[in-house]
Write a protein that binds this ligand. Structure first.
Ligand code: DC
Length: 238
């Protein structure tokens, strides 16, 4: 079967990573969690004292230090997930904290940060057979991706999912705070000047407010099957 690039964009906490991971597993594709990359850069900036929840980002200093950041993914044999490494340290368990979540939009809005991440993402995904999730994959990173999905879900459903995820890790927040954080990030992602979150014309919208994980996976597998059908009809000699 022809190897394709699958771009999954959408709002915060829509379950993009869950779907992307399931798809990659099913198709034996690589999975690139681009949000994890922006989170790892944010963690770096927090550790260097360049940003905090109450401190504005020291943009010029971060830009100067970008060359000190090396990121890569490694397959975790225990859970079959791809863990992100920041300068050889597995930071997977550090990048989902509320502190990183509160700072990441400010870091990901910086042009030089995005240029570095996009170059890395294109390098990692150049061989196709890849699923990437993020905000600008279909619009900017891989505009020629064969399949583009734009995910959305009701804000209360999203807040509850993120709240449950935090709780399962022993982190307890007010659900309204979780909702506030994700709506704020949506606004920042939609309104930034560098590669804002947009639904491109050729993306298929997937609202998963009332869909199970299996239903979402089936929906996308069907789209992939249809894609191959269309290309066969267009090129009947193949
Ligand atoms: O998907 P996530 O919530 O882990 O992403 C973290 C942040 O990174 C999110 O607030 C927006 C930003 N991001 C981005 O700007 N571009 C991407 N391709 C992926 C994430």
């Amino acid at each position: 079967m022809q190897k394709i690039t699958i771009a999954i964009d959408g709002y915060s906490s829509c379950g993009k990573s869950t779907l992307a991971r399931a798809l990659a597993h099913k198709l034996h594709y690589n999975y690139i969690d681009t949000g994890a990359m922006y989170r790892a850069v944010t963690l770096f900036a927090i550790r260097k004292g360049l940003i905090s929840i109450d401190k504005p980002l020291e943009v010029d200093l971060l830009i100067l230090k970008l060359d000190e950041i090396e990121l890569h993914f490694e397959l975790n044999a225990g859970n079959h997930h791809s863990d992100i490494f920041l300068n050889s340290e597995n930071v997977e368990s550090h990048i989902r904290s509320m502190e990183v979540s509160n700072c990441v939009s400010r870091v990901s809005a910086i042009k030089q940060v995005r240029e570095k991440m996009v170059a890395l993402q294109r390098q990692m995904g150049k061989g196709k057979a890849v699923v990437l999730d993020g905000r600008d994959i279909g619009s900017h990173v891989f505009p020629k991706a064969e399949l583009k999905i734009f995910m959305t879900a009701d804000a209360d459903v999203r807040a509850k999912r993120r709240f449950d995820e935090y709780s399962s890790k022993g982190q307890y927040f007010d659900i309204e705070e979780v909702k506030h954080n994700l709506l704020k990030r949506d606004q920042e992602d939609l309104n930034r000047s560098e590669s804002p979150l947009i639904k491109v014309e050729d993306a298929v919208v997937l609202d998963n407010s009332e869909l199970t994980r299996e239903e979402q996976l089936d929906f996308v597998l069907k789209l992939i099957a249809d894609l191959h059908l269309i290309s066969k009809e267009e090129h009947p000699q193949h």
